[in-house]
Design a protein around this ligand. Sequence first.
Ligand code: AHR
Length: 663
Amino acid sequence: MLSDKANHETIIQLKMKKGILGMIAMLSMTFTGAFGQTSALNIEVNAKKPVAQINPHMYGVFFEDINFGADGGLYAELIKNRSFEFTDSPLMGWTSYGKVQIKDENPCFERNPHYANLTFNGELRGCGLINEGFRGIGIKKGETYKLSFYARTPEAAKIRVEFFDSNNNQVQNLTIDVVSKEWSKVSADLTATFTDSHARIRLGLITKGSVDMDHISLFPKNTFKGRENGLRQDLAQALADLHPGVLRFPGGCIVEGNELTSRYQWKNTVGKVENRPCNENRWNYEFQNRFAPDYFQSYGLGFFEFFQLAEDIGATALPVLNVGMSCQYARAKELVPLNELDPYIQDAIDLIEFANGQTSTKWGALRAEMGHPAPFGLKYLAVGNEQWGAQYPERLELFVKELRIKHPEIEIIGSSGPSAEGKDFEYLWPEMKRLKVDLVDEHYYKAPEWFLNNAARYDQYDRKGPKVFAGEYAAHTRNKRNNFEAALAEAAFMTGLERNADIVRLATYAPLFAHKDAWQWGPDLIWFDNLSMYKTPNYFVQQMYAMNKGTDVLAMTMDKKAITGQQNLYASAALDKSSNEIILKIANTQENELNAAITLNGIKQAKALKCITFTGNPTDENSLEKPVNIVPSETALPTCLNNVVSISLKGKSFTIVRIAKEK
Ligand code: AHR
């Protein structure tokens, strides 16, 4: 650190160069004047010459159906196992009473053939089905819900629908007539008269006879953008509010599957929602001592909905496809022989047609039929998730060859394995260079200290090979909490992503969602229960970056060096060409306040427009009870004198300053 005197002198020398205006200002306000008696760090920004362009899609989110992220989470369906298709137990999620049988003769939906047959002969106990929802059904008083099911009956029948609260009291009911002898859809709207996060629904046959029922569904009317088969309003809105540039989906390990048969197959997730075959979720097993034995994918949130969501929230879509390998962490470790890989490669080609093809093509026509004739504008495609070993590049190579011929416009993303260093990583990077993929996906779930120590990680990366996609990362504290300590470490580390925006083109925090009663993996960006949600400190860091990314990187130095942890300071600067503003991002990870004098070389007059500060104690968190316990806030603007910005950086803080510049 510079001594007070040296610091003072440097500032005076700088100011001497500023001519008469600067000298007058200097007389009235020296640097010690701005900061009382405290010394200031001298930081310089070269505002004249941007050093790299920032990808407009740089900061984004990674969605995986883990922690009840899709079914039971973002996907607004409230009935679990609505199609009676969970493999081991078609009645999973349901309790039946009376004579209820699962049948599949002459089904309503050929790819989801099971249905429930209810037969009632006047027995005292009655006959029907009770659904438990996803760890309960969340119902809000005053909200309207759409109940629907498919049914057929030889004689007209009545179904009594009853809602029970978590104390097992019947709180609301209605009766629905079923008259059709052929399968037909029956639906009714109801406005809730109660609020409960753990309600249940009962459907009972109350007239003598028999009824077949399938795809029993309950949706809030108020979904994101009011769509049928839509997304939970609050969770989708939280994504929109983040302003992500990219949406990576649908995983993660679920792309790979516990076995190849249960891998994520996008073609099973498009078309009529009732006919999308249900699949076992990769996370339907014990992980970190958390067991979710009822974790299946209805695929109601499928690839069409992902593309639509990306478009709705202003993000570019980044789908991940299976490369012909099941999850290497799971037991089966299956491989598709190289000479049997064609259907997998065809899935990739067809996906591009589904996203971008003309409506006259097979898959483009399906997209149009689903409601989106215009292309989605897919640019990126990842093949493989966290693969490792020689089997991966062997398989990826075949994809790359075909994709380069048929779709040279698509940027291909390869993997560097599950870790940010070590032998798999060191083997895969040269392999990815050999295959000339466009980007390499790196994953790191590491301690906060690792993030702080790695702020300069990308400074020395080879600029000639593939670019980097930081596809999964999060700081994991000892107890894996979403606290401010983790968020600040991520903020500090991300200054290094931004400084290296020429090579780091995309970055997505992971994972995204977690249901507080059904999670396997923490930390996560957004937590929720059946009625409400909260944003973590980590969310706010991502939001601060996404909303202040700028268009170009400016060199920012202290003692002529990039600021990567000296004095526990981490910083980057960007120019926003559209607004002609300079955006400074500075993390101070030490306990004490630091003062900085930031000289913006190349401009005459700086004018601070906005200062956002995020500060707190390392253990501070948000929660469902206290959702805004720790949030960033707008704070007093720093002083600007000519081209020098004088700022006090609170201990343990992340600050963003937006500055208008005048040449
Ligand atoms: O994000 C959770 C999991 O972490 C992902 O499924 C996988 O890619 C990684 O191991």
